[in-house]
Design a protein around this ligand. Structure first.
Ligand code: PXP
Length: 245
């Protein structure tokens, strides 16, 4: 670990175990079994996104994860009254508020927290009062961090999708933007996390940003499990994160 860096946590997103399960309408593969295996392989937490259309994780998965897990659950949710009710019923360790559009394939871009402060304020407030650690999934942008400060969010997660899909100089510029945003968030007492599109090939530079405390990684790990098993893919990601630190 580089001097001055704190430990970097790995949150494993298990949504796509549920995607495969749902493809055949049965119970296999079980996301809870995957979550327990992930924790055994070195995940510090489990992340699950209960989407409005329930395309992968379902309500009963959240109940079963809450009952089964010893590690913290990070519930990704849209800023809606329905999702707020579910989060308050289960009280997961953390809730990450994400933008959600029904027609999108995945969460494309960060939450415009700056543009919807009034909508977010009661949701962030209610979650915080219930003891749920709120995170806002935002772009690495000063105006969005300012909104997080105004909302009193203890955590922001920077969307690394653009970084992951760029290359060369544009990727380097995006990485600098994330590093600058992480420093700005930390300076203001907000814990920075990052995630989306991270793989063995691109995780190291993000993991090396000293203020970033947690990475949330899903699709690549579940896909890579086809080749190296779920435990193998998580252990390798953990190893690469630790090496970069
Ligand atoms: N973090 C957040 C807030 C997300 O919405 C997602 C995708 O669901 C991830 C991390 C993980 O992204 P990926 O599946 O591309 O690793």
């Amino acid at each position: 670990m580089a001097s001055g860096s704190s430990p970097l946590r790995l949150g494993v997103n298990i949504d796509h175990v549920a995607t495969i399960r749902n493809a055949r309408g049965g119970a296999h593969p079980d996301p809870v079994k995957a979550a327990l295996l992930a924790a055994k392989a070195g995940a510090d937490g489990i992340t699950a996104h209960l989407r409005e259309d329930r395309r992968h994780i379902r309500d009963e998965d959240i109940a079963m994860l809450m009952a089964a897990l010893d590690v913290p659950l990070n519930l990704e949710m849209a800023a809606t009254q329905e999702m707020l009710g579910i989060a308050l019923r289960h009280r997961p360790h953390a809730a990450c508020i994400v933008p959600e559009k029904r027609e999108e394939r995945t969460t494309e871009g960060g939450l415009d927290a700056a543009g919807q402060i009034d909508t977010l304020r009661p949701i962030v407030g209610a979650l915080g009062e219930a003891g749920v650690r709120v995170s806002l999934f935002i772009e690495a942008d000063a105006a969005q961090i300012e909104a997080a400060i105004q909302l009193g969010a203890p955590v922001v997660e920077f969307h690394t999708g653009a970084y992951a899909h760029l290359d060369g100089g544009t990727r380097a510029a995006e990485l600098r933007r994330i590093a600058d945003a992480a420093a700005l968030a930390a300076k203001n007492g907000i814990e920075p996390h990052a995630g989306h599109g991270l793989t063995f090939d691109n995780v190291a530079p993000v993991a090396a940003i000293p203020q970033i405390a947690e990475l949330n990684i899903g699709h690549f790990l579940i896909g890579e499990a086809i080749f190296g098993g779920l435990e193998g893919s998580i252990r390798e990601m953990r190893r690469q994160m630790d090496l970069a630190r």
